[in-house]
Design a protein around this ligand. Structure first.
Ligand SMILES: O=C(O)CCC(=O)C(=O)O
Ligand SMILES: [Fe+2]
Length: 323
């Protein structure tokens, strides 16, 4: 179904558009633009990524899953023990210091669980998720990391790291926090009521499919958040906290949040879909200072910031989800 367009009169923040096809061909100009986007804003559009069809099936799965009774979905809740995988009901987190609640519900499906299905690695999921595990979720969580891996390889080389270093921090043979998230935010809230409060993503790279507006970023130097306009066929990619830390802060970790979509889109249910690439569970989160003079210099010249978390990705992730 065709949705009403994002309103022309609402100001938006332009992101650089990166062509995945050109990156694959090794185009030097495109590689340079990715490097610029990842350092200056930490957000960019990605086109020609080839995951449209898989994403579309994920949207359908998400819609079907959200139609289940709340009671049924709550059986698969991610709970309070710091686990992200599973279902999160609307209103279960605070979006600001006043304690105002979020309005978004989502289900996070672990890449490990999808690939091991019907075996269980982390947790179980609602029937609608299981039904689509092999036909819908597995293709999505298999293809999305390919795209992110290629981007990681390029950033690895631009950071002056030894070949394959960033990829090796996301090993295929170790469990980790990588997951697919489908979200739903219903209409009817005030236009300024945050669906998801201002946050930065946990992990290395986030790969977001948006059909409706609502996502906002706080660009460097701005006082107010700005909308990012959804463009058909373009995903939105952003740098997460682990990758920013590995890079000694060279790759930008940027604040963002979600509001109800503006204009005529505000009458619709807003669904979104994200794939989060995260490091292997045992990877220590710290700046890779021994492996790149560029990172050594970045850390040396940034005063007052701790680039040694002293934690593994699993410990960090658990802490992050909990609080
Ligand atoms: O739904 C969106 O546009 C963004 C979602 C997001 O930022 C997140 O899930 O971390
Ligand atoms: Fe996010």
């Amino acid at each position: 179904m065709l949705s009403p367009p994002f309103p022309d009169e609402v100001p938006t923040h332009p992101l650089l558009i990166i062509d995945y096809q050109l990156l694959q061909e090794g185009d030097a100009g495109e590689t340079e633009r990715l490097w610029e986007a990842a350092r200056k804003l930490g957000f960019w559009y990605l086109k020609n990524h080839g995951i449209e069809e898989e994403a579309s099936r994920m949207f359908n799965m998400g819609q079907e899953m959200m139609r289940l009774p709340l009671e049924e979905k709550m059986k698969y809740g991610s709970g309070n023990d710091g686990r992200s995988f599973g279902y999160k009901a609307a209103g279960s987190t605070a979006i600001d210091v006043s304690g105002q609640q979020d309005t978004i519900e989502y289900v996070n499906v672990s890449k490990d669980d999808a690939l091991a299905y019907p075996n269980i690695v982390h947790c179980t999921y609602p029937s609608t998720v299981n039904k689509g595990m092999e036909s819908t979720i597995t293709p999505f969580v298999t293809k999305s990391p390919h795209v992110n891996d290629m981007i990681l390889e390029i950033l690895n080389d631009k950071l002056g790291l030894p070949k394959g270093m960033l990829t090796n921090l996301h090993p295929k043979d170790e469990y980790g926090g990588s997951e697919a998230r489908t979200t739903k935010n219903p209409p009817g809230y005030a236009p300024d009521r945050m669906a998801i409060g201002a946050h930065m993503d946990f992990g290395s790279l986030s790969f977001l499919h948006n059909r409706l507006g609502g996502l906002q970023v706080l660009p460097p130097g701005y006082k107010e958040c700005q909308y990012v306009k959804p463009i058909p066929g373009h995903t939105i990619c952003n740098v997460g906290d682990a990758l920013s830390l590995f890079s000694g802060g060279i790759l930008r970790l940027n604040l963002h949040r979600v509001l109800p979509p503006p204009g005529l889109q505000s009458h619709l249910d807003r669904y979104s879909l994200v794939f989060f690439t995260r490091p292997g569970n045992s990877v220590i989160l710290r700046a890779l200072v021994e492996d790149s003079p560029l990172i050594t210099e970045a850390v040396r010249s940034t005063l007052g910031k701790n680039f040694e978390s002293g934690k593994t990705a699993k410990e960090w992730f658990t802490r992050w989800v909990k609080y």
